[in-house]
Design a protein around this ligand. Structure first.
Ligand SMILES: Nc1ncnc2c1ncn2[C@@H]1O[C@H](COP(=O)(O)OP(=O)(O)OP(=O)(O)O)[C@@H](O)[C@H]1O
Length: 825
């Protein structure tokens, strides 16, 4: 059976070819088709397997440079060096891919909870009435009849059977960034009647028949390789990623420069040629924080697992440090701060007097948009209006376009007795600008709406005007309507919103409300939640400076929300956006981190980096804390690893020039590196001090570089002091004794650095064990069976005592130098 419809086929022919009908498939038939066609999953969207992750982790710049150095070692037959490098790479990639894999698995159950679902029409038996059900999108089969509404992801390729004011965003497939209109034309010419998997509904509603699923969709064909970013082309790397990448590249450059410098120096000063190459390679490896990718993955995977236990899904692991860096969180109001369960509270005429007419016409509009546009999920506002509406009389619906956040109105064309009328309801300004009103009447209407909003109500304006059944809704002028009045609805704040806002304030995150609603309503909700409303601004004509000052920005269109977010980012803030509706999508894409509650519409959930699967909004505060902790641990690792490595490399290069022999054998450099790397994994389990949780975390690259350089030099000084001791203590004259002394001292100082260069004093159990093991390994390696292979010998007791003395002095210096930073933590 060939499912793909020819572009110009009529709906009937397509339905026939797919052996289905407008009433949907019979359930048993759908099951059989599922076996035939498989699940509706694009192959490249399946989570990668462990081996594939392993191969992917090889693409890291450090790993590539390490492999390059390994290759050089192999070419000059320095097998031990090559072997240790391959071991380092293998362990690093294995730990990293395993960490990612486990992080994915830890959120898998939660992900299923918030998986995309689709409203499908199916029948229990051939003669049964069709029923509409939500099923997971991966269970769809060709021939299924589906319903779509604003915010829905198009779950498979489909042919429209009916469409109402439908526009879709299909940039991923066609590159068009603006939403394109779609119609259920009988005899189409272009692709106006076709929907592609991977696009999303911006406005309107539709009934469509699925023509292709899974690997057979156009999307799967277009992206056989890796997927483009789900957040669209606008997605940038975060400040944290950029800083870590920047540091990495400084080091990679260093790694590439060191071997030639060491070689040339040896050649010039000692007339040695290529025999110094293994040493040069080992020194370059010594500079690498080869465990950086592993530590980053472990820290982030742990953070994500911790949050999963609290019902928070981190979809993009690298979003965690971004959450920790957020200093402004913008959020929408409806469905985030309020429950989005509005209840009708009143109906008044344009002057503010109680009047049932606005409610009646609002309900007529709501009823027929619901019936004719037939969206998959009814709008809560329309439901509330219908629940509280009186008898609507004999009004027959002719056409309707559901609510669109861009126009901010919903429209219906109805026959009222002999007359055909267009009924418009929506945001006050959007409706008033469609009304023929004198200056005074307009002012009076605005004053009425403002006073209703100040009392905290959601206000909808209702207007009507003459139209023609023949020319239909699209041609209805809608310019000279008559204002019927206003309906008001109450929407309770979410029970946990106040606590969540208070927690964010304690964490130093400023909250801004960006809403499509009236400023009065938004300001009132803020006060009820204990948030100082401060400056309330109107989105129209808002300047960047005003956006920075305001706490509430009202009457926002979706694009204006995004513009505010972009302006705040341009002013140097790290901005999070929390929203649930299709009107929040552009802002979510513009923000550093997108967050959405579980009940958000599909597209918003797809675009979000973090999904709050639980009900409690306070989870955002927890995500912020975990984000800061994760970044803190990564930076602590970088400081410790790099200042220690840098110190060692400087000391080795200097000593290399002063000594008649190599200060350390390549295999010793690498063995010491391996031990240090393994111990440093414990830094992933650290808990930063309370001060780190009180303010947004910013990785300041310069400050980190200064720290690394400063302590690197101190460390080099200590190494050279060790060098001086080793050359003077009796019994240490020979090359093996010198090597052993330096290796032991290095491992002891590395353990000291791990304990002392952290921002907090408290030592976690994993860290205590790791540093203890590193120090003991340093002392015991020369006595172990590995000693001959590593070129180590037993040291006289006096020299060990001397080395311990240097260590104590070094620890004293570190304690004195870090006292100030620790006091602040
Ligand atoms: N179903 C509807 N019919 C008519 N008007 C609506 C409907 N839903 C919303 N509106 C009006 O359009 C305005 C903008 O709606 P939009 O959904 O963009 O934002 P919002 O509901 O106010 O919430 P948020 O705080 O999430 O931005 C609303 O304030 C309301 O006046």
């Amino acid at each position: 059976m060939v499912w793909a419809p020819e572009a110009a086929d009529t709906p009937l022919r397509v339905l026939r070819r797919l052996e289905t009908g407008p009433r949907g498939l019979v359930a048993a038939d759908a099951e059989a088709r599922l076996l035939d066609h498989g699940e509706n999953v694009v192959p490249s969207r399946r989570p990668p397997t462990l081996p594939r992750r392993f191969v992917r982790s090889l693409r890291d710049p450090f790993t590539l440079v390490l492999l390059g150095l390994g290759l050089v070692s192999a070419l000059i037959a320095s097998w031990a060096t090559a072997g240790v490098i391959v071991l380092l790479v293998a362990v690093s990639c294995l730990l990293r891919s395993n960490g990612e894999y486990r992080a994915d698995r830890s959120t898998a159950a939660l992900r299923r909870l918030v998986a995309t679902t689709t409203t499908v029409r199916r029948r229990a038996t051939k003669d049964a009435e069709p029923e509409e059900r939500e099923i997971p999108a991966d269970q769809l089969v060709p021939g299924d009849v589906i319903k779509l509404g604003p915010g829905d992801l198009v779950p498979a390729d489909a042919r429209l059977l009916r469409a109402n004011g439908l526009t879709v965003h299909q940039a991923q497939l066609t590159g068009e960034s603006a939403p394109v209109p779609k119609r259920a034309l009988d005899l189409p010419e272009g692709d106006e009647h076709l929907l592609w998997q991977g696009s999303s509904v911006t406005s309107g509603s539709a009934l469509a028949v699925v023509t292709a699923t899974g690997a057979a969709t156009r999307f799967a064909g277009a992206y056989a390789g890796p997927l483009p970013s789900r957040r669209g082309a606008g997605r940038r790397t975060s400040a944290f990623d950029r800083s870590v990448n920047g540091l990495s590249w400084v080091l990679v450059r260093g790694m590439l420069v060191i071997p030639p410098v060491a070689l040339v120096a040896n050649a010039v000063l000692r007339g040695k040629g290529l025999e110094a190459l293994p040493f040069a390679v080992a020194v370059a490896v010594g500079l690498t924080p080869e465990m950086l990718p592993v530590v980053v993955t472990t820290v982030l995977a742990r953070g994500s697992a911790l949050l999963a236990r609290r019902g928070v899904i981190v979809k993009r692991l690298s979003a965690l440090p971004d959450v920790g860096a957020i200093d402004i969180l913008c959020m929408d109001k409806t469905g985030t701060l309020t429950r989005d369960r509005p209840v009708l509270s009143g109906s008044v005429g344009p002057g503010g007097r109680p009047d049932p007419e606005p409610l009646r016409w609002a309900a007529v509009n709501g009823l027929w948009t619901l019936h004719l546009a037939d969206p998959p999920a009814p709008d809560p506002l329309d439901e509330a209006i219908l629940a509280g509406a009186p008898d609507l009389g004999e009004v027959e619906g002719l056409d309707a376009v559901p609510f669109d956040p861009l126009t901010r109105v919903s429209r219906a064309l109805v026959r009222d007795g002999e007359d055909v009328v267009v009924v418009v309801k929506g945001a006050v300004e959007a409706v008033l600008e469609r009304c023929a009103l004198g200056e005074r009447e307009r002012r009076r209407a605005n004053a009425t709406a403002a006073s209703l909003a100040r009392a905290g109500a959601r206000v909808l304006a209702v207007a009507r005007g003459p139209a023609s059944a023949r020319t239909g809704l699209d041609a209805a002028g809608e310019r000279d309507l008559t204002l019927v009045g206003f309906v008001t609805l109450a929407d309770e704040p979410s029970p946990d919103a106040a606590a969540a806002l208070a927690l964010l304030a304690r964490r130093g995150v400023k909250v801004k409300i960006l809403t499509g609603d009236h400023p009065g309503t938004a300001a009132r909700i803020c006060r009820e939640l204990g948030l100082e409303a401060g400056e309330v601004a109107d989105a129209a004509g808002l300047t960047a400076a005003a956006a920075e000052r305001a706490t509430v920005i009202a009457r926002c269109t979706p694009e204006q929300k995004a513009r505010v977010v972009r302006a705040l980012r341009a002013a140097g803030h790290t901005v999070g956006f929390l929203g649930d509706g299709v009107n929040d999508l552009p802002a979510m894409r513009a923000a550093d981190v997108g967050i959405c509650p579980r009940a958000a519409v599909d597209v918003t959930r797809e675009a979000a980096d973090i999904v709050l699967a639980g009900k409690d909004l306070s989870a955002i505060g927890q995500a912020v804390a975990v984000g800061r902790r994760s970044s803190g641990n990564i930076v602590t690792y970088l400081r410790i690893a790099l200042s220690s490595n840098l110190g060692n490399v400087i000391a080795m290069l200097v000593a290399g020039l002063a000594l008649p022999f190599l200060p350390m054998l390549p295999v010793q450099v690498l063995a010491q590196n391996l031990c240090f790397d393994a111990a440093q994994l414990a830094l992933a389990f650290e808990r930063p001090g309370p001060a780190a949780l009180r303010r947004p975390f910013r990785l300041r690259r310069r400050a980190v570089l200064r720290f690394i350089l400063g302590f690197g030099l101190v460390n080099a000084g200590v190494d050279l002091a060790t060098f001086a001791v080793l050359t003077r203590v009796p019994g240490m004259e020979g090359e093996p004794a010198f090597h052993t002394g330096w290796l032991v001292e290095n491992m002891l100082t590395q353990a000291a650095i791990m304990l002392l260069l952290r921002p907090v004093r408290r030592v976690s159990r994993p860290l205590g064990l790791a540093t203890g093991a590193l120090a003991v390994a340093g002392l015991l390696l020369p006595l172990s069976p590995l000693a001959p292979a590593l070129g180590l010998v037993r040291l006289p007791v006096t020299s060990v005592l001397w080395l311990l003395l240097v260590l104590v002095l070094y620890a004293g210096v570190l304690v004195a130098l870090t006292a100030r930073t620790r006091r602040r933590a």
